[in-house]
Write a protein that binds this ligand. Structure first.
Ligand code: ATP
Ligand code: MG
Length: 299
């Protein structure tokens, strides 16, 4: 029997979201042993249980209140919401945060040699997809119709196999499409991984834990997007150097032992320092320019 006082989080067992979901939880300080082929893993240092399942099952587990939180691609979440609405249900859940991984787009693609001037080219055509409701939402918004060919895998071979005129599938680099003689012609949905929570109030202890986790997730994501920048710069060029630095933060300025003509500058930046900017800084006389990753952050 599962302990109901422990926070339950569902994540993908193996696939494109699993490594980064696991990494995020681990960076938040949750110690889990995920080695075995087990469905449930228990955190050693916090009252948290991790359910490892097929990604398709995650929205339903959250909507049905079987788990408290889930990490899932927006594409799968939105498809499940639309599917349940089409069945007359009113699915409830809240999106706590968009995460910084799992980015992809749901796109229409056609055989590379066919002409495309807009979605109306596909009016009434047969389209193979694993996302029929997202596709229907898009076609409805354009006032167009299509015939659906539902495939849960190998969607990209459908046109060649004579099953469809076009496909609607997830793309990140486009290499799979190209390898199958297809051309991406329109993006209908852009997705990232999101953290979702079941509807209804959580017990006070669980809510407090979720709040702590949210602060940590914010810190992890912010740290990943930030850099620590250090350099030495001529004292009389300070303002020019600061004008070149990315972000709005003012740097900390420190004296250098035995050298009054130069200063050390330190700053945290939410943007990276591009090579071009580093070259300009060097031209102003800056030296020892370091750009370091940040591991953790709390504001
Ligand atoms: P499962 O066995 O858990 O059902 P799956 O095969 O359905 O896995 P994956 O291919 O692992 O799913 O993709 C999971 C999610 O990763 C996608 O729903 C999407 O949100 C995201 N993703 C990111 N990049 C891509 C990509 N290039 N192709 C497909 N999905 C991607
Ligand atoms: Mg799946």
């Amino acid at each position: 029997m599962l302990d109901n006082t422990r926070l339950r989080i569902a994540m993908q067992k193996s696939g494109r979201l699993s490594d980064e979901s696991r990494e995020l939880l681990s960076r938040c300080g949750i110690k889990i042993n995920l080695q075995q082929q087990r469905l449930i893993a228990f955190a050693e240092n916090m009252p948290i249980d991790i359910l490892r399942v097929r990604d398709d099952d995650i929205p339903g587990l959250v909507m049905d209140g079987v788990v408290d939180l889930g990490i899932i691609g927006e594409n799968v979440l939105e498809e499940e919401v639309l599917t349940r609405r089409a069945q007359g249900e009113d699915p409830q859940l809240s999106i706590l945060r968009r995460l910084d991984f799992g980015g992809c787009r749901l796109s229409l693609a056609m055989p590379a040699d066919s002409a495309y001037t807009g979605p109306e080219c596909l009016d009434g055509k047969r389209i193979a997809t694993s996302y029929p409701h997202l596709l229907k939402k898009y076609f409805d918004s354009q006032g167009l119709t299509f015939k659906s060919c539902l495939l849960n895998g190998s969607v990209e071979v459908a046109p060649r196999a004579g099953l469809s005129d076009a496909i609607c599938d997830l793309v990140s680099t486009g290499a799979t499409l190209e390898a199958n003689g297809l051309r991406e012609v329109d993006v209908i949905y852009r997705s990232k991984a999101v953290l979702i929570q079941r509807a209804g109030e959580l017990e006070a202890d669980k809510q407090a834990l979720v709040n702590r986790l949210m602060t940590r997730i914010q810190g992890v994501i912010q740290a990943r997007e930030s850099k620590y920048i250090m350099m030495h710069a001529p004292s009389d060029k300070l303002e020019q150097v600061i004008d070149l630095l990315p972000g709005a933060e003012r740097p900390t300025v420190l004296p250098l032992a035995g050298d009054q003509s130069r200063l050390a500058l330190h700053m945290v930046s939410s943007e990276t320092l591009f090579w071009e900017t580093m070259e300009k800084l060097k031209a102003l006389g800056a030296s020892s320019i370091l750009v370091l990753p940040i591991e953790k952050m709390m504001e």
